[in-house]
Design a protein around this ligand. Sequence first.
Ligand SMILES: Cc1cc2nc3c(=O)[nH]c(=O)nc-3n(C[C@H](O)[C@H](O)[C@H](O)COP(=O)(O)OP(=O)(O)OC[C@H]3O[C@@H](n4cnc5c(N)ncnc54)[C@H](O)[C@@H]3O)c2cc1C
Length: 453
Amino acid sequence: MLKLTFQSFRRSSKGFALSSSRRSDARFKWKRLHSPSNFMVMRSMMSSTQTATTTSYSVPREKVDCLVIGAGVVGIAIARALALKGREVFVVESGSTFGTVTSSRNSEVIHAGIYYPRNSLKAIFCSRGRDMLYDYCTKHDIPHKQIGKLIVATRSSEIPKLNDILNHGIQNGVDSLRMIEGIEAMKMEPELQCVKAVLSPVSGIVDSHSLMLALVGEAESHRTIFTYNSAVIGGHLEGNQICVHVSETNSLKEWNGTSTALNPDLVLLPNLIVNSAGLSAPALAKRFTGLPSEVIPSAYYARGCYFTLSNTKTTPFQHLIYPIPEDGGLGVHVTLDLNGQVKFGPDVEWIDSIDDISSFLNKFDYSVHANRAERFYPEIRKYYPNLKDGSLEPGYSGIRPKLSGPGQPPVDFVIQGENIHGIPGLVNLFGIESPGLTSSLAIAEYIVTRFLG
Ligand SMILES: Cc1cc2nc3c(=O)[nH]c(=O)nc-3n(C[C@H](O)[C@H](O)[C@H](O)COP(=O)(O)OP(=O)(O)OC[C@H]3O[C@@H](n4cnc5c(N)ncnc54)[C@H](O)[C@@H]3O)c2cc1C
């Protein structure tokens, strides 16, 4: 029964449209795959169509068209874009569902694209992605709001920096940016204290989970298969063919941490493979034998903690409020979610790397210690002097997948194809930190335009 369903899926994905009944078949199958034991289901389907290629691994092997590693917002957006182009897409995700790592641990801000170096990928994708995201959210009824943002100078010595930010944003083509006097900003936001501010009316907020849900649903209805609890653990080259090693996440949990060799349960032979494993992308790339090590950037991790506001009956702010950016992040800012809850953060705390397998299992330390609030109060009170003692409660944290360390200049998104590393069909995404959520649809558009033959 499963074999039949899988084979009919394969036949249907050769380029002609699915009938509605077949579409619901695909959805039904996805639901079956979307269960804790779905790796076993996938493996049994795959072994039933085992190819006869010679291999040094005595494990099932299967040709697939497009393979996306990681079901964060970027991987999901790429899977959807590939599927909309009529390609057969598999998404392999080590977690038990989509979007459980950085994509659900961020500020959910739709960035305007002000800060990033001109013509950088961050600037280009942020601006294009922002427009695409507003459009997508409107069309698909995804909760979002263009609430606007104020970047504030809290003392006159910060005004030159604020001018630079304004000029930079204008050069990046951000619409309607303007400098306003402190008095005007404080009229808009009575709890705010500042001497001047840059108003960015195009900035907003989005419900990232609803966004991912909609993208997954659309990808799925175009025959994408999401396989959870399944981790890519490495790969090797056979001629020009990249062979991708997949293992059940559960079996990684038994790994003793001493040997680098792990045996795959399944080998996939994709035409196109996109490594969008977020925090784990560089560690995973190092496990692809044949990929030149010099093209893989060093990974750095900067945790950002959030605190929520308690003991307050009314929401103190209606706009996003950002201080002048700091080294490694945008500063402890005010973010609102769509329920009006206020959160402050994220701060920047450089943390050590963890071993590859722990990173595939997302065993990063996300704890938010209550004593970090002591550093938040003075930062926040620079622009929100009425913040009451004891009103900050630990919220959550996220970890920025960075390519530069403390004190080093920021590094752009890295998207590598064959022209960089020499391996046909492999696309690596490295350093997809903020504004990755805003940029997700634009990154997907770029991958499809640039890497589909
Ligand atoms: C504190 C913070 C605040 C941020 N705020 C904003 C913001 O306001 N606006 C904005 O635009 N951006 C923001 N960002 C950035 C944004 O959240 C990220 O750029 C985006 O979520 C990255 O998505 P992703 O799909 O690349 O990565 P992820 O969401 O991390 O997804 C990667 C996926 O790969 C899976 N995976 C890992 N290893 C393997 C493996 N070996 N095999 C299979 N699967 C694997 C993981 O389980 C995970 O699900 C923020 C980031 C942080 C940390």
